[in-house]
Design a protein around this ligand. Sequence first.
Ligand SMILES: Nc1nc2c(c(=O)[nH]1)N[C@H]1C(S)=C(S)[C@@H](COP(=O)(O)O)O[C@H]1N2
Ligand SMILES: [Mo]
Length: 342
Amino acid sequence: MANVILRPDWVLPESACTTKVAYTNRRKFIQALGLGSIGFAAMGGCSAESRGMVDGPLDKIPKNAPRDGFPAPRNESYQVPEREITERLVASSYNNFYEFINQGDLKNVWPLVDDYKPFPWTLEVRGQVAKRQTWDLEELIKSMPLEERVCRFRCVEAWSMTIPWTGFPLAKLIERCEPKSSASYVKFTCVSRPDQLPGQKRATWYPWPYFEALRMDEAMNELAFVAVGMYGEPLPKQNGSPLRLVLPWKYGYKGPKAVTRIEFTRRQPGTFWNELQPREYGFLSNVNPNIPHPRWTQASEKFLPSEGVERRIRTQIFNGYDEWVGHLYPDEPRTPSGPIVR
Ligand SMILES: Nc1nc2c(c(=O)[nH]1)N[C@H]1C(S)=C(S)[C@@H](COP(=O)(O)O)O[C@H]1N2
Ligand SMILES: [Mo]
């Protein structure tokens, strides 16, 4: 699973050379040497910018992504004082996005995204609502006040990052959908474009498109966020352009990327990973150090602050957001328990 190469002794410390073009040229250089992997990037030298070699993880923001409202003001209610913000390069080059599954190297998504052209994009509103609607995403983003939130991000595979997201509260979007009182759950369906998404074409054993769901009280919690950007810019394709959910108290897979439809339902919908592996991936999937995954502990996680660096840290209940969401889950174990799936 998570597999980040530790920085070897001989690698130079990161200096001023962390701009996108500098990175790009280092990468080209590394590729030319046949070393390939991202862990060996600090080769120094910021000189080659003028050559215009731009093809790296930071260059995968769609050119026609709307930029109104960027960079958005930071909402200081969301901070992660005990951890540093993960380097942008790491967050843009170590990903999970099975629509682009890269055989043998699952995390290396960004080299496969070039055929994916997200815009124009529509968001459909269906199910238990006053009326069905279909919105143009660019219009929708323009009409929402964007903010930045720095949040912990924890994958079920026990690695984590700290990411500054740009977007708006999910509750604001749900209000616009005008759900009926019969709406008890909200389901999110992701993009279906096999011609642009090599994983959908190749990995036919998955029940595409990706889908996820929340209870309404979870979805309306102020911590639930719709991200349209990160690090002050629109989302790169590998991070879920043009919009994704960010649910910082849940494992990463509960946050669908490239969402195209929101549907309100009376009954609990199925979810992608739960249908594939119900014994390992529950509906709630809150970050909880007391509930081990059947195949590994969740009591600690590998924090990925910067390229080639990893640090083992303790996992916090609800990923440190107990104050926000603890009251939603009276049954969640507060002390270590066996491998139950919730
Ligand atoms: N559509 C879609 N959304 C998805 C996934 C996916 O494969 N497809 N992977 C999930 C998982 S397992 C994680 S950890 C996060 C990863 O987000 P990141 O690559 O931006 O860190 O996206 C989640 N959302
Ligand atoms: Mo994940």
